[in-house]
Write a protein that binds this ligand. Structure first.
Ligand code: ZN
Ligand code: ZN
Length: 362
């Protein structure tokens, strides 16, 4: 059976306490149907699934009709959605909706729903289906991760000193797009010197100075939508401050410890604790203020989460990141991130570029 038909079947099987689900999170819509437009709702029920979209996509959704029915909007979305529910989910009285449903639309749907039909919040159903990746999804993620190795090799062999963060970020984007990837997973982070102490700094116009650490957090998004995510920290044009080099080793030790905890059955919170303990023991706990990692897939950040207290249980086929950091305000920041697939035996790293601290020639 084609993968998307299976997904729709699994979605129906996952309806718990509701008769039908309005899927409005566009990433979930894409997961179930392959639809990539900006205006789509899928009604999932024991009957045939239906996609509601508008005229702009009438042509591009034609191939989807083998998978589900398609309704092209002729008037207001709320009225046509209520009609579609009546037609495709007849007799259904408890209709679930996702947290992504805009409140105003939820309000109008409730106003239009016939007597006896109840709209109830049913969040996370499709997200849970997305947790464990298929062979195809893993292969797509792997392709998106492979290009990052090319990017890092270019950076390692090139010049950083005197260039702006923005210029390096542009080179990264060009390499990824010229390799045929339609998009980045997220805006690249190139953060040098004190900017590195801000985990999500925007690449700016300040020239990179010799000896500064440069954190490069990047990702590519493939044709099918799957994201890669990797961070490496480089030393620009020579040896960094010895204290920065010591922090680098600390982050690397924490990263390797965190990776070692990633295996089936492990709790997200336990993976985080394993890495965090290394940084805590060095007295740097306050300098690592974010979680250890996150799932990736069609979204760059999705379940499971690897952070303090997370009770998400890792299973083979999940793809997660392991990315501890140490951030010294006003001085430097270091983050080292790998993207890995959880396997029966433990995990497999998708982002294979070296984690030795590379000092670029210039
Ligand atoms: Zn990242
Ligand atoms: Zn990440």
């Amino acid at each position: 059976m084609p993968e998307r038909s299976l997904r729709l079947e699994r979605a129906v099987a996952a309806l718990d306490g509701i008769d039908a689900l309005l899927v409005t999170n566009l990433v979930n819509v894409r997961y179930l149907t392959g639809y990539t437009g900006t205006n789509g709702i899928v009604v999932v029920s024991a009957g045939r699934a239906v996609l509601i979209t508008d005229f702009r996509y009438a042509d591009s959704v034609e191939p989807l009709r083998t998978l589900l029915d398609v309704v092209i909007l002729e008037r207001d979305i709320a009225g046509m959605t209520v009609e579609a529910i009546a037609e495709y989910a007849p007799g259904c009285t408890r209709i679930g909706f996702e947290g992504a449903l805009p409140f105003a639309l939820a309000d109008r749907l409730r106003g239009l729903a016939p007597a006896g039909v109840e709209l109830v919040l049913a969040d996370g159903i499709i997200e849970r289906l997305r947790l464990v990746k298929s062979v195809t999804e893993i292969a797509a993620s792997r392709r998106a991760a492979d290009i990052l190795e090319v990017v890092y090799t270019d950076i390692a062999n090139g010049t950083l000193v005197g260039r702006t963060e923005a210029d390096v970020a542009w080179q990264i984007e060009r390499t990824i797009r010229e390799a045929g990837f339609p998009a980045l997973s997220f805006e690249s982070i190139v953060a040098a010197g004190p900017n590195g102490a801000r985990p999500h700094a925007d690449p700016g116009p300040r020239p990179i100075e010799r000896g500064e650490l440069v954190t490069v957090d990047i990702g590519a998004r493939g044709e099918s939508g799957y994201c890669s995510d990797c961070t490496r920290t480089f030393a620009a044009g020579g040896a960094p401050d010895p204290a920065a080099a010591a922090d680098y080793q600390l982050v690397l030790d924490a990263q390797l410890a965190g990776l070692g905890a990633v295996r089936p059955g492990a709790l997200g919170g336990a993976c985080d604790a394993t890495a965090r303990e290394v940084i805590d023991e060095a007295g740097c706990g306050a300098l690592f203020g974010h979680g250890l990692g996150h799932g990736t897939g069609l979204d760059i950040h999705e379940a499971p989460t690897l952070r303090k207290g997370s009770e998400d249980v890792l299973e083979p086929g999940m793809i997660v990141t392991v990315e501890p950091g140490v951030y010294r305000p006003g001085q430097w920041g270091i983050r080292i991130e790998d993207q890995v697939v959880v396997t029966e035996a433990g995990h497999e790293i998708l982002t294979g570029f070296t984690k030795d601290l590379i000092e670029t020639a210039g």
